[in-house]
Design a protein around this ligand. Structure first.
Ligand code: IVH
Length: 763
């Protein structure tokens, strides 16, 4: 053994001691749990290889325990074991090899695969089918009695059979599982915290642990924990041969078992599942930190025995860590096509989840303030799946006082216009539609794949054309001529020819596709499809938008006297005043949807505007004006507001966009250039798909989504956005989303573009 190894082990011990102290005593960790794990496992690996390196004070010699003095103790009927880890396919193969060597020659191993739920262990005892005791893992031998708290968890049956036709439990049954927060429950909990002016919880697992260890079980009851059960620790009078059967039995008894668990005849069948689980991890309703692989044959698993606290018959494949700490060097300001200002964290490069990351999203300045992130901070970043890494929060314990607050910019870095924050908005905006960056972003989006799909016009080309003054907005694209292009660097004749052909083809895109390309906030392909179906032309949308805007202006005039006197109302009525003001300022969103189809809403409107109206001397006349102008507004906005799937905020966005003169001038220029602005007449070719409902996912080999939808509709079929039991087929292309998984779950047949063509032709 070399001195290097001795030194490395000592260094690891020192670092781990420091981090343990910071985490447990100071409550101010400076590294993530994942990084701690990495250091810890490096030490375990060193010590396993060279047992002489183990010192009595090594952190590995401390039996893990989460015991607290505040709870009575429960002795577990059998040790509550832990799991060894594997970090690669090689580790898993080596694990199997080691096991096979301990077993009679020729033994074949089959396995179960279960998600490794990122919560905390719970051990629950049932006597004659009644829940009598529930305990934490503690030190593995003895745990804290948290029975009253576990009783509040609704997914834990208080008695078995949990349902009338279920099997009875053995006389004594002890099960083990995992308690956690579902992601949406955790988010809801944080929204509640925020609404009460309390700090947000950062980590779901720690919060679940804190929740389970409340002295007052009413607090636990108010927080929606969920429990999944995967093991039988003890059962009197019953035995099982296979882990796979245990999962089925637990389900029959009325427990939730780890969703997605599966049986696999060999390890080679498990390997391809690992990347699938990793990439879909973000779509699961709960956090997982890996996959547990268990020898299915329980007798064999028992024969394999235990090393330390880890049974040989199971192992945890851990995903590459997704969290890392690094330093925030700078904040870049991005301006989007709507003018929205987005701060992006510029980081000291850090390796996380298999890639080197140098920037991370900060969402908006509201979020920056909430997280209290400062320039120069050590921060935790997280990368889940393919999404852009984001900043989880600062490591407060690592501050030295030199950190600087991060504030929104006062002016736009591209146009120098003063940045504005519209009333009630979270975001800041560059208000100038001619801002060069906004223009660039809109055009870049307009021509992109999935929008107008103009080939040969990547971001670099768009930038060059803007810089050369050849295009100033989207409409100029349709007036491009060969000459000025040929003079640009890198634009050979063939390239220009192709580009112009692609632009000519784009003039004829379906109306829905055109609408989705305009970059209206919230108008993607689904909403664009609804607008195209219900309005049928850009002109019809413009007429409606202008009528709505006109009615809004009339309403605003009628509301003016009330808004002006709002300040004189006593402070104790502040809240109702604010609510009334919001209604007066945004009648399209706040009032019109409520009174749609209500012939006489005057009295209701009067109530919705107390106390504003009560405090005005001319309230009767004002109410008359408001009623009349609101009626005008409802009439004008009735059509978009009654489209199913189009909420009032979206309607407001659409109206704002189409009522804008700047946008109208661009549309006018496009119309003059021959861009199609009407829906294609719907021709019915056959009714071969009548009564069938389709959902599209992924990129199809030859058709765009719009073309596929048009084909389905032309043959009498229907296209909807989400998969349900009523869906007849899911049409799947390359890189499908979660809709394909949903289809598999529900047993909805999945078909290809070719299958669709066969169906259409009656095949
Ligand atoms: S089996 C001997 N199965 O992971 C059986 N554990 O790192 C050992 N965990 O303490 C546990 N999901 O809290 C098992 N499907 C699963 C699990 C799981 C999460 C946790 C468990 C354990 C930890 C080990």
């Amino acid at each position: 053994m070399t001195d290097d190894l001795v030194r490395r082990a000592a260094a690891l011990r020192d670092q781990l001691h420091e981090h343990i102290y910071r985490y447990n005593v100071l409550n101010a960790p400076i590294i993530t749990d994942a990084e701690y794990d990495r250091l810890y496992h490096e030490l375990v690996a060193l010590e396993t290889e060279h047992p002489e390196l183990v010192t009595p004070d090594s952190p590995t010699q401390r039996a893990g325990s989460d015991l607290s003095e505040e709870f009575p103790k429960v002795t577990h009927p059998a040790p509550i074991l832990s799991l060894s880890n594997a970090f690669s396919e090689d580790d898993l193969r080596a694990w199997e090899e080691r096991n096979l060597k301990l077993l009679p020659p020729g033994t074949q191993l089959d396995y179960t695969l279960e998600p490794k739920l990122d919560g905390l262990t719970i051990v629950i005892t049932y006597e004659n089918g009644v829940l009598t005791r529930a305990a934490t893992r503690g030190n593995g031998e003895v745990g804290d009695d948290v029975t009253p708290n576990v009783r509040t968890i609704r997914s834990v049956p208080l008695r078995i059979p949990a349902r009338t036709d279920g099997p009875a439990a053995p006389e004594r049954l002890v099960v083990r599982g995992e308690v956690l927060f579902h992601k949406d429950d955790f988010q809801a909990l944080n929204r509640k915290q925020e609404a009460e002016g309390l700090p947000r919880y950062v980590n779901a697992r720690n919060t679940a642990s804190g929740t389970l260890k409340q002295k007052d079980s009413r607090i636990t009851a108010a927080r929606p924990l969920t429990a999944y059960i995967y093991q039988i620790v003890e059962s009197v009078g019953m035995t099982w041969d296979k882990q796979w059967d245990i999962l089925g039995y637990l389900r029959d008894l009325g427990f939730k078992t780890p969703p997605g668990a599966g049986f696999y005849p060999t390890l080679s069948d498990i390997i391809p599942q690992l990347p699938t689980w990793e990439s879909h991890r973000k779509d699961l309703p709960f956090e997982i930190d890996g996959i547990v692989i268990k020898v299915n044959d329980l007798r064999v698993a028992a024969e394999l025995g235990i090393v330390g606290k880890d049974p040989r018959g199971a192992t945890a494949y851990k995903f590459p860590s997704q969290e890392a700490t690094t330093r925030l060097i700078d904040v870049a300001v991005n301006i989007g096509r709507t003018g929205k200002v987005t701060p992006t964290a510029q980081l000291e490069p850090v390796f996380v989840g298999g890639v080197t990351v140098t920037s991370a999203s900060l969402h908006n300045y509201d979020q920056v303030a909430k997280l209290d992130v400062r320039l120069g901070d050590t921060i935790v970043i997280k990368r889940s799946g393919d999404v852009i890494p984001y900043v989880v929060g600062p490591v407060i314990g690592a501050r030295d006082g030199s950190e600087q607050p991060i504030l929104p910019p006062e002016t736009c870095p591209y146009s120098s216009d003063a940045i504005v924050q519209p009333e009630g908005a979270v975001d800041y905006y560059c208000p100038n539609p001619l801002c060069p960056e906004r223009v660039f972003r809109s055009i870049e989006f307009f021509v992109s794949r999935g929008a107008m799909d103009i080939e040969g016009m990547g971001p670099q080309t768009v930038m060059t054309l803007i810089e050369q003054g050849i295009i100033m907005d989207e409409s100029d694209i349709f007036y491009l001529k060969a000459e000025p292009l040929l003079e640009l660097e890198g634009f050979a004749e063939k390239k220009v020819e192709n580009l112009l052909a692609s632009i000519a083809a784009a003039k004829n895109r379906p109306l829905a596709q055109f609408l989705a390309s305009l970059g209206i906030d919230g108008v993607g392909s689904t909403v664009a499809g609804l607008l195209a179906d219900h309005f049928g032309s850009i002109e019809a949308l413009t007429i409606t938008a202008r009528a709505v805007r006109e009615a809004e202006t009339a309403f605003a005039t009628a509301a003016q006297p009330l808004i002006q006197t709002a300040e004189q109302i006593p402070a104790e009525e502040q809240e109702s005043v604010e609510r009334g003001l919001a209604r007066l300022r945004h009648p399209l969103v706040e009032l019109a949807p409520r009174y749609l189809g209500v012939p006489d809403f005057k009295d209701r409107l009067a109530r919705a505007l107390t106390p504003l109206l009560d405090n005005h001397p001319f309230s009767a006349a004002i109410l008359d004006d408001l009623t009349a102008t609101l009626r005008q507004l409802i009439q004008a906005a009735e059509k978009p507001l009654t489209i199913e799937g189009l909420g009032p905020i979206l309607v407001d966005n659409v109206v704002t966009w189409f009522a804008d003169d700047f946008h109208q001038r661009i549309l006018e220029k496009m119309r003059a250039a021959g861009v199609r602005m009407e829906a294609e007449a719907k021709v019915m070719h056959s009714d071969s798909l009548a009564g069938l409902t389709f959902v599209l996912t992924g990129t199809l080999p030859t058709m765009s989504r719009e073309e596929a939808s048009a084909l389905i509709e032309a043959h009498g079929g229907k296209v909807t956005g989400s998969v349900s039991k009523k869906t007849s087929y899911v049409l799947m292309g390359e890189s499908p989303g979660s809709k394909a998984d949903k289809a598999r779950q529900l047993g909805v047949p999945i078909i290809s573009e070719d299958d669709l063509k066969r169906l259409v032709s009656g095949g």
